[in-house]
Design a protein around this ligand. Structure first.
Ligand SMILES: Nc1ncnc2c1ncn2[C@@H]1O[C@H](COP(=O)(O)OP(=O)(O)O)[C@@H](O)[C@H]1O
Ligand SMILES: [Mg+2]
Length: 226
């Protein structure tokens, strides 16, 4: 098991009234190595909230979250950031590459905390190999502004892999791409899941992409339904 949610609730305070907006209503979910899960549902139903809680980017109102069997409530923010960096890869709707860094430097970003020069060298080789695996080895010195949306998103996907995470969390990863690029990203994510046994949880509006996953959950009134 990689991540386990037990009885997770999440509410937001409504601005206009004193009432609570209950977004996640007693969600329990286990994610194991190699799992592939799609989460679908209308805008505003809580998909990103759930993914952010899974990735420890946001905190639940109540409930227990375990990563590799450790209850994460015992970790401070620094330790949590370290776990996130080592075990979880994130992909968002927008690629979030830094415009002032070239592709190679962007892929290396999550490794910047490495101190030892031997590890740094190995990371550089791995970054090159990852860019090569998506056919961008001739563009490693180019900047995001010089590339297509699809190329940038493919780079964002391999950046999520640089630290060899156990799980990738992808929030509408094809949401801002044309059909062909969306298909490429879908293939890439699905191949990573199958070939490298990296668990994949993705939120999508694309039924085609969702159907590539082993399990599809639909959000309904704060609950996940298979
Ligand atoms: N930081 C926040 N403060 C208050 N309400 C929020 C916040 N983030 C999300 N929400 C609300 O929670 C609900 C779920 O949002 P979200 O998880 O982003 O939905 P989805 O990703 O499915 O579109 C929405 O009603 C949204 O307005
Ligand atoms: Mg969302």
């Amino acid at each position: 098991m990689i991540i386990e949610l037990e009885n997770i609730y999440k509410s937001y305070q409504n601005n206009t009234s004193s009432s609570q907006n209950k977004v996640l209503d007693n969600i329990s979910l286990k994610i194991n190595s190699g799992d592939s899960i799609a989460i679908v549902g209308p805008s505003g139903c809580g998909k990103s909230t759930l993914l952010n809680i899974l990735g420890t980017l946001d905190k639940a109102t109540s409930g227990v979250i375990k990563i590799d069997n450790d209850d994460i409530s015992k970790f401070n923010d620094k330790k949590l950031a370290e776990i996130r960096n080592q075990k979880i890869g994130f992909v968002f709707q927008l690629h979030h590459l830094l415009p002032q860094l070239n592709l190679l430097e962007n892929v290396l970003l999550p490794t910047l905390i490495l101190k030892d020069s031997k590890h740094k060298e190995a990371a550089k080789i791995r970054a090159f190999e990852l860019l090569k695996s998506i056919g961008l080895e001739y563009k490693i010195k180019q900047y995001p502004g010089q590339l297509s949306g699809g190329e940038c998103q493919r780079t964002a996907v391999v950046r999520a892999l640089i630290n060899q995470p156990e799980i990738i969390l992808a929030d509408e990863p094809t949401g801002s791409l044309d059909q062909e690029s969306a298909e490429q990203i879908g293939e890439l994510l699905s191949n990573i899941n199958k070939e490298q046994n990296v668990a994949l949880v993705l939120v999508t509006h694309s039924l085609e992409l969702a159907n590539k996953m082993k399990v599809i959950y639909k959000f309904n009134n704060g609950k996940l339904i298979k």
